[in-house]
Design a binder for this molecule. Structure first.
Ligand code: GLN
Length: 475
């Protein structure tokens, strides 16, 4: 019964727990059982690295809005009772002495952490294949990638472990896996949610980003975790508006369709599903307008200068002294080198090298400064479109549905799977992905982007689209 309840969503679980139709312990048991089922030998989805153990730590702190709701948390959030390892050997076994603000807020609303989820090491990747613990698998076709880097959290939601999960976004790591797994993923405005306790990757891009099985679950999670935090100087003190706006007419809403997001190379059936979604936004009363974001094609090169540069600085702290792994060495320098050489996987090493190069004397102006200038142009593209009266933008989330595990070995080709998502991180605007249909059984995600701090308008479009597509989104 509790397993069916999890499928009904966060609000249904919380009200059943509050009304004593079930208990938080029974819901937790169902969730842990589901984790065990999805980890069955020989067919493991490998979504959860560290499952919770029922006990005092898994008792809800309050009978609040999320009373007894199981939540899965990406392995790069500091949690107190479970290890925080970023799916990296360098942090193996490390347990944080403090808790991330977003996790604390979920728990203070009554949610129960059921496990820490698999991810690309330090959130660098688009398939979870960069995890030191092996990839997660897409529940809809286990030979395919669930997307990444927050793939484990996406799989946890898509396979019924929890109605809500936390992921993190630097360039699309929640929207892309949401699209691949047929669920909803939200990247809030930069600054909307405190990043305290989220292990830093690229600080000017990183966002805490929730998944939900439905738009309502995703809006619910976003609302609960938002708000100012004295522990994160980049968190905004703007009031948090209601995000669970529910379905309604889109009369008066102007939806822009940026032509750069529909290149000739776009998968034809992804394009066709987008066309249907746009038609249904129109049928709900929205005005559809063609727009241009001319600097879009520069987003991937800019991102792959800025993100590795910031990562190379942030990851300097993993030195064998402060956290986790320590290798032996003749002196301190040898110890650092041995620890970092053994602790970091190949993609993380590549990013540190790229980033260090881009920031080094003589190259800083040519690369990092130039990238920041182009980043400003990308942000300006969005600012102009929103200033012209457009309320939200609609695009595909990814150029193709989920690819096969092992199919992409060229890092550049992998980087291109974020081509439609990195722009929102560079501009700091909110974005989300929701299911809009299927191609050969695999989900296709549609992306909605809105102006800074305008999550409610984005959700308004999402609720309407979800309602209009209904079962159609799942065919
Ligand atoms: N896939 C992108 C990268 O590898 C984005 C990652 C993310 O959003 N954390 O950097």
């Amino acid at each position: 019964m509790s397993a069916d309840l999890i499928a009904l969503g966060a609000a249904a679980v919380a009200s059943a727990v509050r009304d004593k139709r079930t208990t938080a312990a029974a819901v937790l048991e169902a969730s842990l059982l589901r984790i065990a089922e999805t980890h069955a030998e020989g067919s493991s989805l490998n979504a959860v690295l560290h499952p919770a153990v029922a006990g005092p730590e898994t008792e809800p702190l309050a009978m609040g809005a999320l009373a007894g709701v199981p939540v899965a948390i990406k392995d790069n959030f500091a949690t107190r009772s479970l290890p925080t390892g970023c799916a990296s050997k360098i942090l193996e076994g490390w347990v944080s002495p403090f808790e991330a603000t977003a996790v604390r807020k979920l728990r203070e609303a009554g949610a129960v952490v059921v496990g820490k989820t698999n991810m690309d090491e330090f959130a660098m990747g688009s398939s979870t294949e960069n995890s030191a613990y092996g990839p997660s698998r897409n529940p809809l076709d286990p030979t395919r990638a669930p997307g990444g880097s927050s793939g484990g959290s996406a799989v946890a939601v898509a396979s019924g472990v929890a109605p809500i999960a936390l992921g993190s976004e630097t360039g699309g790591s929640v929207r892309q896996p949401a699209s691949f797994c047929g669920i909803v993923g939200v990247k809030p405005t930069y600054g909307r949610v405190s990043r305290f306790g989220l292990v830093a990757f690229a600080s000017s891009l990183d966002c805490v980003a929730p998944f939900g099985r439905t738009v309502d679950d995703a809006a619910f999670a976003t609302e609960v975790i938002s708000g100012h935090d004295v522990n994160d100087a980049t968190s905004s003190d703007r009031p948090v508006p209601a995000m669970r706006v529910g379905p309604g007419s889109l009369e008066g809403m102007v939806v822009g369709v940026p032509r750069e997001y529909f290149p000739a190379t776009l998968h034809p059936e992804v394009k066709e599903r987008c066309g249907k979604a746009i038609a249904s936004l129109k049928a709900q009363g929205a005005t559809i307008t063609d727009v241009s974001l001319p600097h879009t094609d520069l987003a991937i090169p800019v991102y792959y200068i800025i993100a590795p540069a910031e990562a190379s600085a942030n990851l300097a702290r993993f030195d064998g002294v402060r956290y986790g792994l320590r290798e032996k060495g003749a002196g301190v320098r040898e110890m650092y080198e041995a620890t970092r050489a053994r602790g970091f996987g190949p993609e993380v090493t590549r990013r540190i090298l790229l980033g260090t190069y881009g920031l080094s004397a003589g190259f800083y102006d040519a690369y990092y400064r130039k990238a920041q200038q182009v980043r400003a142009l990308i942000a300006q593209d969005f600012a102009k479109v929103f200033a012209s009266g457009v309320h939200v933008l609609f695009t595909p989330t990814t150029p193709t549905p989920a690819f096969k595990l092992g199919a992409i070995s060229d890092p550049y080709e992998m980087y291109m799977s974020d081509i439609f998502t990195v722009t929102a991180n560079l501009a700091g605007i909110p974005g989300m992905s929701l299911p809009i249909g299927r191609v050969d059984g695999m989900p296709v995600g549609g992306q909605l982007l809105a102006n800074h701090f305008d999550e409610p308008t984005m959700f308004r479009a999402a609720y309407a689209l979800e309602e209009a597509l209904g079962a159609g989104a799942h065919r």
